[in-house]
Write a protein that binds this ligand. Structure first.
Ligand code: C2E
Ligand code: MG
Ligand code: MG
Ligand code: MG
Length: 290
């Protein structure tokens, strides 16, 4: 009877100690501790090929699992990580998670790819190049299976960005501009950066089928991307009407809650297997694709 009681008390004190030490930490201090304790994991949001409804891979989206078990969304800590310089170790961690979580799946199905988000510092400094090379070495994962995406914040140092993106492409990776249309000078970047794909921000997908002036901008973004022969991935697709609109205009890929939320690794693997047969193909698509 004494042993369980002692264990219970020890657990209680340990919990209390963690709680007390965390309580005194600033957000920066908390993040530093989280990085040291490797409290990050990735969920995977399926990316769908619109013409066929097939799952062609996923975007890795980082989550911070705190010691109390709660999951913190990236919007709440990525900006701080960018400010404090912790984004580098977080990116490294996500890269490792992708290899660990999905290595088997990626080796089994060469058509699958995973998109990883980069922070501004990862790109301007080029630090992501050796990190990726080391993480992928001897894993059997092909560079073509890893896509890298970054928002315009990553392109402020445009020469650094060009250099890193070009090197990534030379190694066989695909590069994409994330949240396209939300920055200041999308066009300037598009013409000057070595990128393969453009991800249309959710705000432009939300506008589809509405009277909002933004809906015309969506039309123009799609036309422009096609002109430049870039692949297009639409973000935040929530309705069949939006998917139909995009499909009609030849947009290649989409992700969003219509298809799936971001999933833990095992659920994503199951989704892919299931999806290979039927899921996500609206009735009218088979005829379109045929
Ligand atoms: P993002 O790269 O543009 O990722 C898309 C975000 O939209 C994700 O939020 C995703 O869960 C959400 N989303 C996807 N489909 C839908 C939809 O149909 N409806 C709605 N309302 N939302 C949808 P999440 O996971 O909270 O990530 C937020 C942002 O945090 C990401 O935006 C990205 O900029 C950043 N982020 C996530 N993971 C990483 C990472 O590993 N590294 C870096 N540097 N940034 C990351
Ligand atoms: Mg992204
Ligand atoms: Mg995005
Ligand atoms: Mg976005």
């Amino acid at each position: 009877l004494l042993l369980p009681l002692a264990l219970f008390l020890a657990g209680l004190f340990a919990g209390l100690a963690i709680w007390l030490s965390r309580r005194r930490l600033s957000p920066r201090g908390e993040l530093a501790l989280a990085v040291r304790n490797r409290e990050f994991l990735a969920h995977y949001q399926p990316i769908i090929e619109l013409a066929t409804g097939r799952c062609i891979g996923a975007e890795a989206l980082v989550r911070w699992r705190r010691p109390d078990g709660s999951l913190v969304r990236p919007d709440l800590f990525i900006p701080l990580a960018e400010e404090t310089g912790f984004i580098g170790p977080i990116t490294d961690h996500v890269v490792e998670r992708v290899v660990d979580d999905l290595g088997d799946l990626l080796r089994r199905d060469r058509r699958l790819h995973i998109a990883i988000n980069l922070g501004a510092a990862d790109i301007s400094s080029g630090r992501i190049l050796p990190v990726l090379e080391a993480a992928l070495a001897d894993t059997g994962i092909e560079p073509q299976q890893i896509w890298l995406e970054a928002t315009e914040r990553g392109f402020v140092d445009i020469e650094g960005a060009r250099h890193t993106l070009a090197a990534l492409r030379r190694r066989g990776h695909m590069t994409a501009i994330d949240d396209f249309g939300t920055g200041y000078s999308g066009l300037k970047y598009l013409q000057r950066l070595p990128v393969d794909a453009l991800k249309i921000d959710k705000s432009f997908i939300d506008a589809v089928g509405t009277e909002a002036p933004t809906s015309h901008v969506t039309e123009h973004i799609i036309a422009m991307a096609r002109e430049l022969k870039l692949r297009i991935v639409a973000e935040g697709v929530e309705t069949e009407a939006q998917a139909a609109y995009l499909r009609q205009r030849g947009v290649g890929f989409a992700q969003g809650w219509l298809f799936s939320r971001a999933l833990p690794p095992e659920e994503f693997a199951a989704f892919c297997t299931r999806n290979r047969k039927t899921f996500g193909v609206p009735a009218n698509v088979e005829t379109l694709a045929a």
